[in-house]
Design a protein around this ligand. Structure first.
Ligand SMILES: [Zn+2]
Length: 167
C-alpha cells in the first residue's frame, strides 16, 4: 500500500495510490493541483511496477524534483519518506512497507533474544530439569549444569533461590 500526502497552498490531503496516478492542473489528473500556477496540466506521474512505484516527469514546464534533485527525463523508483516537489507543492510518498518492516525487525530481535536466553516455551525463572541454564526474573542467566533434583541455585544478582525440580 502506498500513499501520497499532498501539501499545496497550505493544505494537506492524503491520496492512496492504487494504480497509475497523474499529478497536474488538468481535471483529468488523479491528483489535481489547480491552485498552483507553476504546475503543468499533466506534470508528473506515479506508476506501480511490481512492488515499486516509479516517478516520471511528463515534460512539465518547471520540472519535477525528488528530494531536491531534478529527475529530468529519468524514471525513478520512490522510497518511503521521499519528497517530490512540483511547482510550489510537495508530495510526500509513504508505503505501508515501512511499518511492516519495523514490525518484522522487532519480531527478529525478539526471536534472537528468545534463542539467546532459551526462553521459548519456558517462563522466566522456571527451572527445567536437564536444562543447562535458567533465566532469573531479574534477567540474570544462571548455570544449572551438573545440579541434581532438590539442589539449589542462587542468583548472584538478586539472591533469589531456585530449587532444581525432580525428573
Ligand atoms: Zn536474579
Amino acid at each position: 500500500m502506498a500513499r501520497l500526502t499532498v501539501v499545496t497552498g497550505g493544505q494537506q490531503t492524503v491520496h492512496e495510490i492504487t494504480g497509475t496516478t497523474t499529478v497536474g492542473r488538468s481535471a483529468e489528473c488523479q491528483i489535481r493541483l489547480s491552485g498552483d500556477p507553476k504546475i503543468s496540466r499533466q506534470h508528473c506521474q506515479i506508476e506501480p511496477r511490481g512492488n515499486d512505484f516509479m516517478l516520471v516527469d511528463l515534460n512539465s514546464a518547471n520540472g519535477t524534483r525528488l528530494n531536491g534533485q531534478e529527475i529530468g527525463r529519468q524514471k525513478v523508483a520512490l522510497n518511503t519518506g521521499d519528497v517530490v516537489s512540483v511547482g510550489a507543492s510537495e508530495l510526500h510518498f509513504q508505503t505501508g512497507g515501512a511499518v511492516d518492516g519495523a514490525n518484522r525487525l522487532v519480531d527478529r530481535v525478539a526471536g534472537f533474544f528468545d534463542r539467546l536466553f532459551g526462553r521459548k516455551g519456558q517462563s522466566e525463572g522456571q527451572v527445567v530439569f536437564g536444562e543447562k541454564t535458567l533465566t532469573c526474573s531479574c534477567g540474570a542467566v544462571l548455570s544449572t549444569a551438573g545440579k541434581n533434583p532438590g539442589q539449589k541455585v542462587g542468583c548472584p544478582r538478586c539472591k533469589k533461590i531456585y530449587v532444581i525440580p525432580g525428573k
